[in-house]
Design a binder for this molecule. Structure first.
Ligand code: ADP
Ligand code: MG
Length: 238
């Protein structure tokens, strides 16, 4: 494997899942990409990737007595290998988050780039493990100071486990927002990298409703361009 990235944020709804799939599709032009929905409590990547009725998911791999094989939870979608997670609360409660380490190790052995769609909060073991397991984090934020402050905490946590910062994706940016000023602050706090400024876009919402990632549903949308730019700036290490 080349590198594992955790796509993380302080709060929910910033666009982590949207970003994970968009970055994954952009990187899949050059690399073998595997995407894992590691947000095991609030999993929703399956809805973004047309995998609502996936039979075997990450939950089955995290529950010991289900005896599922890792490859059974891997689906070929949009040029990537996608490991969705189920939405059952019972399965989430039965899942042993520690098993994620072995699942990630097995998937890493067979891919170039691993993207972990990560939970928002830092409150529990299952929430922080994806960040701990990754080489670098991509922080997805709204371009506001409170959002930056949240992201900074995620970064501090990541750094304490030796996970570096790849940079920040500013998402849902409106025309009237002064991204340059916020990006300047982000530059100071987040190791210098603003990966992209992704506009608020109807195409992103339409993509979600269609069950296709943005880069499949509306590849020419400005938001798709911004995500491709972010992927290029990640400068995946060979
Ligand atoms: P998270 O995984 O961080 O909870 P999602 O990627 O699921 O966030 O996005 C949350 C909601 O916001 C989704 O309905 C998604 O379609 C919408 N969304 C995300 N990014 C954008 C954007 N740039 N423009 C418009 N809607 C967006
Ligand atoms: Mg999500």
């Amino acid at each position: 494997m080349v590198e594992a990235f955790a796509v993380a944020s302080g709060k929910g709804g910033t666009g982590k899942t949207t970003s994970t799939l968009a970055l994954g599709m952009a990187l899949a032009e050059e690399y073998d990409v595997t995407v894992i929905d590691a947000d095991t409590g609030m999993a929703n990547l399956l809805f973004h990737a047309g995998l609502d009725d996936a039979d075997v998911t990450l939950h089955d791999l995290l529950i010991a007595d289900r005896d599922a094989a890792v490859e059974d939870a891997v689906y070929d979608r949009f040029g990537m290998s996608v490991v969705p997670c189920g939405t059952s609360l019972t399965a989430f409660e039965a899942a042993d988050p520690k098993r994620l380490r072995d699942v990630v190790a097995e998937l890493a052995a067979g891919t170039d780039v691993l993207l972990l769609d990560s939970p928002a909060a830092l409150g529990s073991k299952s929430a922080v493990l994806p960040i701990v397991l990754a080489d670098r984090i991509v922080v997805v934020l709204q371009p506001t100071v409170p959002s930056l402050s949240d992201g900074l905490k995620v970064q501090e946590y990541a750094h304490s486990y030796g996970t570096e910062t790849a940079g920040v994706v500013f998402n849902r940016v409106r025309d009237d927002e002064d991204v340059d000023q916020i990006a300047d602050q982000a530059g100071r706090y987040f190791g210098g990298q603003t990966l992209a400024s992704v506009p608020e876009s109807d195409a992103v919402r339409a993509a979600r409703r269609s069950g296709e990632p943005l880069l499949a549903h509306a590849p020419d949308d400005p938001a798709a361009d911004a995500f491709r730019e972010a992927a290029a700036r990640l400068d995946v290490r060979d």
